[in-house]
Design a protein around this ligand. Structure first.
Ligand code: VAH
Length: 313
């Protein structure tokens, strides 16, 4: 049984249904600070929860009796720069409350990190699993803090914490909320709606990306992995592709030859994107728990355009 936080976000809505289909929808309790987008999780039980309210989270755990907490609640990178103090509170209190309850109730924990956990001084090409982490965004600071807190609770208290460093995630069901990689989602929506998109990220800017089905499978694969094989735990680099706006443009043009890409750079999100890796080394995830993405760029583009065609018509 799984209690999820942030379950109405870009990952949360699809992960709730995905986990429900595997473990039984009655075994999922989806929570979120607001009820916006609640229809996306269909008949899965929902309770309002602000992850900074540890007492309320504990009440829900006592009542629902999960064996696992999946803590997705977070303010993402670009929004996080507008409200850094709130971002710290939500992102880190959410992790601490999750870990404290997991410690006291002996629960398993999944907390995702992000490529945003890297920054100044990190080798940006083929970024290693273990390297310098000096992120330049508050979101990134909270993600590094989350990684270290989860490692601490595993080493000090034996809490079974696990997580991955997600790259940008591309999906067509729920729009992401104010991230930096979101341009790679909006480009597909705009391709269907207007056959054109003005990218706020500059040509040549490389960022790792993952298609949602692979992002979802990673959660189950790591949580069901044999713990004796895990050398790392809370921040596995995972990726499927290193994308630029022009690579997305080229792929979309294979299906929509008259698509037009232009640029309207947002200096804030461009600076964030440039501080993140160009490509990740995800060999540890592949070796320790069999990480293997199924979607490459063209396969993702085909699926995105077909599904958005239906969704937006
Ligand atoms: C963001 N989509 O852009 C999130 C993610 C790696 C990017 O953390 O902030």
């Amino acid at each position: 049984r799984i209690l999820m936080t942030g379950a109405l976000g870009q990952i949360g809505t699809e992960l709730a249904l995905y986990l429900g289909d595997i473990y039984g929808r009655e075994n999922i309790l989806a929570t979120n600070r607001s009820e916006k987008n609640i229809e996306a999780i269909e008949d899965i039980r929902f309770e309002k929860l602000d992850v900074t309210d540890g007492d309320r989270m504990y009440e829900l755990v006592k009542e629902f009796k999960p064996d696992t907490i999946v803590n997705l609640a977070a303010i993402l990178s670009a929004r996080g720069e507008q409200i850094p103090q709130t971002t710290w509170k939500i992102n880190v209190d959410g992790v601490i409350n999750t870990l404290e309850i997991a410690r006291q109730e002996n629960l398993k924990v999944f907390v995702p990190s992000s490529i945003a956990a890297f920054g100044e001084g990190t080798p940006l090409d083929n970024t290693p699993q273990t390297t310098i982490q000096r992120p330049s965004t508050m979101y990134g600071v909270t993600k590094v803090s989350g990684e270290i807190l989860c490692d601490y609770y595993f080493k000090r208290f034996g809490v079974d914490t696990r997580g991955v460093r997600y790259p940008g995630i591309i999906s067509y069901k729920t729009l992401p909320g104010n991230g930096t990689t979101d341009y790679a989602v909006h480009i597909y929506y705009e391709a269907i709606k207007h056959k054109a998109y003005a990218s706020y990220i500059a040509e040549g800017t490389q960022m790792d990306m993952l298609y949602m089905p692979d992002a979802l499978k990673a959660v189950v694969d790591i949580m069901e992995a044999d713990p004796s094989k895990l050398i790392h735990r809370n921040a596995f680099n995972i990726t499927a592709m290193s994308l630029t706006p022009e690579l997305l443009d080229e792929s979309i043009k294979k299906y929509m030859p008259d698509f037009k890409l232009s640029y309207d750079i947002d200096p804030v999100r461009q600076a964030i994107a440039e501080s993140w890796p160009n490509s990740l080394d995800d060999s540890c995830a592949r070796e320790e728990w069999g990480w293997k993405p199924e979607y490459d760029l063209d396969k993702m583009t085909k699926d995105m355009l077909e599904n958005l065609e239906k969704k937006l018509k």
